[in-house]
Design a binder for this molecule. Sequence first.
Ligand SMILES: [Zn+2]
Length: 729
Amino acid sequence: MRRVLISTVSVAVVFAAACQPAENTASVPAAVFDAATTEQLSTNPLLAEWTGANGGQPAFDKMDLALVKPALEAGMAAHLAEIDAIANNPAKPSFANTIEAMERAGDPLDRAMTYYGIWGSNLSTPEFRAIQSEMAKKLSEYQSRITQNTALFARIKALHDTEARLKLNPHQSRLLKLVYDRFQLNGAELDAEKKARYAAINQELAELHTKFSNNLLADEEGWVTFLTPKQIGGLPASFIASAKAEAEGRGKPGMYAITNTRSSIDPFLTYSTERGLRETVWSNYYSRGDNGDEHDNNAVIAKILQLRHERVGLLGYKTYADWQLQDNMATSPAEATALMEAVWRAAVARVGEEVADMQAVAAGEGARITIEPWDYRFYAEKVRKAKYDLDSDELKQYLQLDKLREAMFFVAGELFGFAFAPVDDGSIPVFHADVRVWEVTDKASGKHVGYWYLDPYARPGKRSGAWASSYRSHSTFDGPETVLSSNNSNFVKPGPGEPLLISYDDADTFFHEFGHALHSLSSTVEYPGLNGGVRDYTEFHSQLLERWLLTPQVVDTYFRHYKTGEPMPKALIDKINKAATFNQGFGTVEFLGSAIMDMRYHSIDPAGIDPRAFERQELAKLDMPKEIPMRHRSTQFGHIFSSEGYAAGYYGYLWADVLTSDAAEAFAEAPGGFYDKAVGKKLVDNLFAVRNAVDPRQAYRAFRGRDATIDALMRDRGFPVPAAGEGSK
Ligand SMILES: [Zn+2]
């Protein structure tokens, strides 16, 4: 989806729009703007057309917080005026004067939202958060005014009901269906009183979602554990160096800072020999948003759930999950739950084995302990060494970020025919000196495809984790628009002249996010609205790309020792492959703990819910292994509470992984393996380039000749494959 940040309802209804040559809009009366809007449209740099080669790029060098509010307000007013002109057009509804006109509208706001998204995710400050809190409500109100525009929906419905007569091509037909469904699912058919309540709920939700993420960010920034030189036992040298720099940056020279983010706690918990400190760091991290202070998210969650439940009730749905799964690949909450349960049993059984292995290692070392959650990563690493003789730190010495980036470009070249060339520094504006930009072209024709931005390093005000976003998506219906795609990570910036060595998991994530970027870049759709994601399908493309990380072509050339430049020894590669199913119990259970809780939260009537108690009680019912917390505990589960992006949809990662494993086997079985030209072409044509222009189930069948089954996923994780007929989808 192009505009995730504006999405206060489940599906963004703000359509990306192309530049609008006046002659193409002749069938729609001109929109009328008030004086203030007109003034902003012509003077505010955040609303201005992008300049530069190939359709221009955002003017990140002109970002100024003082411009945000007026830009958003004028952008919304302008878009609403355009929508009114479309809705009140005296001419009979046509695909061109309604759906295409909607696709074309809202361009200035789209541009302003690009900057707004950057501030929100990459450059957040208390000043910006204050603006965000204020604007969340206004953006929601604006969105409701579009989805609840009776005259507009009447036109969409008229087209939908007479579609057979319209002679649409398949993509146009798909777009009409998607637009119609979105409006209907967002209350377009409600009576006036219910519409008002619906919009009021969305406004309140928008504010609560913002509050949730700001509380979480405050707990990530506010809790730092400082270590003395005596407390760094076991930690790898590279981690010590960055923790030292981090402490210096926070005014504590000579100490070492463990920040309250996943990229900092993960290595600490894996290597630190200080068990007491591991407990402290673990507890700080897993109690984010749950400390009973002003940043506590429990009451926020309860209110969010109640409002969501009430809102879908207005539309006649029994639960939020029933409503949310209307347009997903899984057809019902029951179908999604069945998949999770089929995997859950095998994963929990595996955790029992993993803990037994760890307990044995601890006993062998004379440690008289019972494995606690803050011991899991530490002893798992020891088991990894003992059982597979695989040392994560040794592995890391062959994983340099720059080389991995080159590896991704190589894969993109082989599979998608893309070439990446760095643009000259300063020729394309960036929002931070660390961001770099590459031009993407088609290798065979030299044709411009788009630009790719990389923002690799952590900084205060940047949200944790890694993600991909697009500043502009592909379309052709109104003249060609090329893609501006971005990948963002939180690697700790190395000292000057030092190589950035990353863990194997981080290398995997780096490929993952690049998969999202390639999905954007490969789009060939005609309409911007067909670039949107389907929640339980959208992680498939990124997860699949991870499979190229361990291909011999990548390993042999790009996994190089950072000092000697030697290729990774064959023995080490064999060990990685042998250890592929290692710790799958942990990974699967921590994920499913969150995914199942998400579905339970959204499958009940949440009146009077106490999230802390509900979490405890439901995890107990599940027999959640006591050594593993949810990957995202409720009060920190931004996927489902900082927006509706993954609400009742976190299972989608697993759903997509079923497709991933199954599709990967298609490559593994092909004569050319992962670089087989025929399978590669089928993949790009059927599953990447079409974005959401083809129903995902149909698209998958066109690629594979059948539906995916759960079997390949179970094999990949080293779990028993269910008997025929069980768990297929
Ligand atoms: Zn992803």
